[in-house]
Design a protein around this ligand. Structure first.
Ligand SMILES: NC(=O)c1ccc[n+]([C@@H]2O[C@H](COP(=O)([O-])OP(=O)(O)OC[C@H]3O[C@@H](n4cnc5c(N)ncnc54)[C@H](OP(=O)(O)O)[C@@H]3O)[C@@H](O)[C@H]2O)c1
Length: 360
């Protein structure tokens, strides 16, 4: 079994990482790491808020052996004590600590700190696994034995999966999108207040739109030698926060290069991702995309856990009446599973099987 540390283990994504790793056939959690605030405490005590209430976010029971583990401090944690690090901290500490860890140990990160570096791929399961070759360039450039492999922003995790078959079959000229993002996407520090969110929609998420408008082009770009040539389409986005616990919804309007019908798009999406599913990675779903004809779906509560939270649900595929070669649809992805912790785990599984050859 490979030894895993989760750095940022007390946060929403860290908790989801713990749940995703329970009973994993290849990986075993041996270290839980967080900030100075949590260090030295038993994990269960590190989860307590100022009133003593335990902020365990997942519906699954917190296992006793995890509850009793003592949390280590990220700045003095020894990366050589594990085989792989899942970094689920905020971008600020990630920027400082991930390179220190990567000197010796592979880091799979959900933070944005390294996503935009030229020698760093943003791997999304089944979409751009060939970009993993860029990790060797990163290792060489920086003299690291390990590497940093960041996940994408959670809002576009479902969008890029749905766009890939459209891009491959019909080409993409531009994308217009509005997101309806779940509250868990904001994390716990400081987290959102119920008073702000109940019976409400917040039409702005600080720092989100620039990420959403640039990451898909890199993810859907082509690896050419030592860097990625971004896909040549534009995205314009409005990102909103809605009173949903988990599951980010995106309403997308896509202008394709070649004319295509909603039926063509549906078929391309349904046929997509079979090769990747056949790798049978423990965290991969049987279907990367599920297309529904029910006009009332996808809905976060009903559809977010499909495929263990790793399947993207697409519905309402229609012809756009005013955009030339325009197709519109609604897609939904689980933000803390596909969009963060379980997506990171799937990346680790892929890299272990195909890149690291680490399984002991
Ligand atoms: N939530 C999502 O849906 C989602 C999706 C994709 C990506 N992400 C990204 O994933 C990361 C975690 O998000 P989250 O929602 O889980 O946030 P969160 O609930 O606020 O958790 C933040 C975690 O970072 C730790 N941390 C803070 N400062 C630290 C430091 N100086 N050193 C070490 N650890 C530190 C915290 O530990 P303490 O408890 O000890 O303070 C906590 O474990 C962020 O970078 C976020 O942008 C989140």
């Amino acid at each position: 079994m490979l030894k895993i540390a989760i750095v940022g283990a007390t946060g929403i994504v860290g908790q989801q990482a713990i749940v995703s790793l329970l009973g994993h056939p290849w990986f075993k959690i041996t270290k839980l790491v967080a900030s100075e605030r949590s260090a030295g405490k038993k994990y269960i005590d590190a989860l307590r808020d100022a009133n003593g209430s335990i902020r365990w976010w997942c519906p699954e029971e917190l296992p006793e052996h995890i509850a009793n583990m003592v949390v280590e401090e990220a700045s003095i944690f020894d990366p050589k004590s594990v085989d792989i690090i899942f970094s689920t901290m905020d971008a600020g500490p990630a920027k400082e600590l991930e390179p220190k860890y990567a000197k010796t140990t592979p880091v799979i990160s959900t933070a944005s700190a390294f996503r935009y570096e030229a020698d760093t791929p943003i791997l999304v399961g089944g979409v751009n696994m060939d970009h993993a070759a860029l990790l060797a360039v990163q290792q060489k450039n920086r003299g690291w034995k390990g590497f940093i492999s960041p996940k994408s922003n959670c809002t576009i995790a479902g969008l890029v999966v749905s766009l890939k078959p459209i891009l491959d079959n019909f080409g993409v000229k531009q994308v217009i999108m509005t997101s309806l993002q779940a509250m868990s996407g904001a994390g716990r520090t400081p987290g959102l207040s119920a008073m702000d969110m109940m019976e409400n929609i917040v039409p702005y998420i600080s720092g989100e739109e620039p990420k959403v408008e640039t990451e898909p082009q890199k993810i859907l770009g082509k690896l050419t030698g030592k860097t990625i040539k971004n896909a040549a389409f534009g995205i314009t986005a409005t990102c909103t926060r809605v009173p949903v616990l988990d599951g980010h919804t995106v309403c997308a309007f896509v202008q394709t290069k070649k004319k295509c019908s909603p039926e063509d798009v549906k078929k391309a999406m349904m046929d997509y991702g079979k090769d990747f599913a056949e790798l049978h990675l423990p965290s991969s779903p049987a279907h990367l995309i599920d297309v529904t004809d029910d006009p009332f779906r996808p809905q976060p509560r009903v559809d977010r856990d499909k495929g263990g939270g790793m399947t993207v649900t697409v519905g309402r595929i229609r012809k756009d009446p005013i955009i030339e070669n325009g197709i519109k649809y609604v897609c939904l992805a689980h933000n803390t599973k596909l969009g963060a912790a379980k997506g990171a785990l799937q990346t680790a599984e892929y890299l272990v099987k195909n890149y690291l050859k680490l399984v002991k």
